[in-house]
Design a protein around this ligand. Sequence first.
Ligand code: G3I
Length: 373
Amino acid sequence: MTRTMQHALSRRSAVLKLASFAAAPAIAMRPVSAQSDFRLELEPPLRSRSRVSGIKFGCAGGAPNVQPDRILLEKFAIEADIFVPEGSLKWETTEPQPDVFDFSEGDSIAAFATRNDMLVHGHTLVWYAAIPQWVAQLTTGQAARAALERHISTEVSRYRGRIWAWDVVNEAIEPDDRLDNDYRNSVWFRCLGAEYIDLAFRLARAADPKTPLCLSDYGIEYATPTAQRRRQSLLALLQQLRNRNTPIDSLALQSHLNAHQVFDRAALTDFLRSVVKLGYRLAITELDVNDVKIAGSVPERDLAVARHAAEYLDIVFSVERPMSVATWGLSDRATWLRMYYKRADGALLRPLPLDADLNRKPMWAVLAKYMTA
Ligand code: G3I
């Protein structure tokens, strides 16, 4: 056996250990090769596992018509059941001027998805960000309601039948905005109050009676006062929406994780149980693990990222198997995190299942295990 093969096998055994003992407190950090693990490359793709488990795997990316990275797109088709438009279905892209729609990117994704037997996760209809100037400048309830009615019914109707689920309202909670009930101070809230949430879901349901509708949020995983507050306010909102029969099917757990932070396992479990008890399904929709503060070699960082993902998936799956798991990007070569986080050592971040050369990493092996759980 060559040295490289020995390295690959020792890495493989570390990965398998990791996948089997998700919540195990310690995993030996063996010296392993930074090269591709050929054994992992021989495994069937993540999407093949959904046929067994029913849990779909998705990943976010740019539309084929504006995306020069054909090889990355090929990997999407190989690994994913669901294509998540990272920006192509956001308001600033689809309705840049009032009643002037541009679905070229969304259509390109939908066509790619159809060609490759994938579905599309609709992301996202109502957000405080990625809106054009004319939306940001709305000031009255009447104008905001008219804009929501036109936008939601047009976009949702266009893709009816091709969407796996819709993120209808994105990030409605922001404790730092200091509003009652921790609502986010968005243009929608300023014009319509908290009513905008119920309105948005009813409009989406009217345009597509069958597709699951999600409320999406982030920042609820860790043992910090902020996360505790977010869990509490999000649960209160979900309870209130349930009380008024707002048509929401699922809580989309964005799951932007930080490998250096500590989960509040008990509180997160309680929160997720309460959400499920209210009748919501869970979906993991934007998983990535930021290794900006993880020191060490590449294999050590990759194991830290994988362990963190495994611990998180273990918490969620111990409450309920989610309807889907999606990562926010597929390869380290294209991650939004690079826009905002730089490592002290200047190395590139490694938050996703494939490395920048499109090799499968330990995080991929963790996902593979949970996709068949
Ligand atoms: O397209 C321009 C490009 O022409 C220009 O050269 C470049 C210079 O910075 O900017 C490009 O646009 C950027 C776009 O991403 C594509 O990379 C925008 O400035 C940037 O604001 C945009 O950021 C996106 C962000 O949402 C805002 O829409 C990120 O890609 C996207 O990953 C991020 O996704 C959000 C989810 O929707 C909601 N949850 C959090 C998640 C991460 O922030």
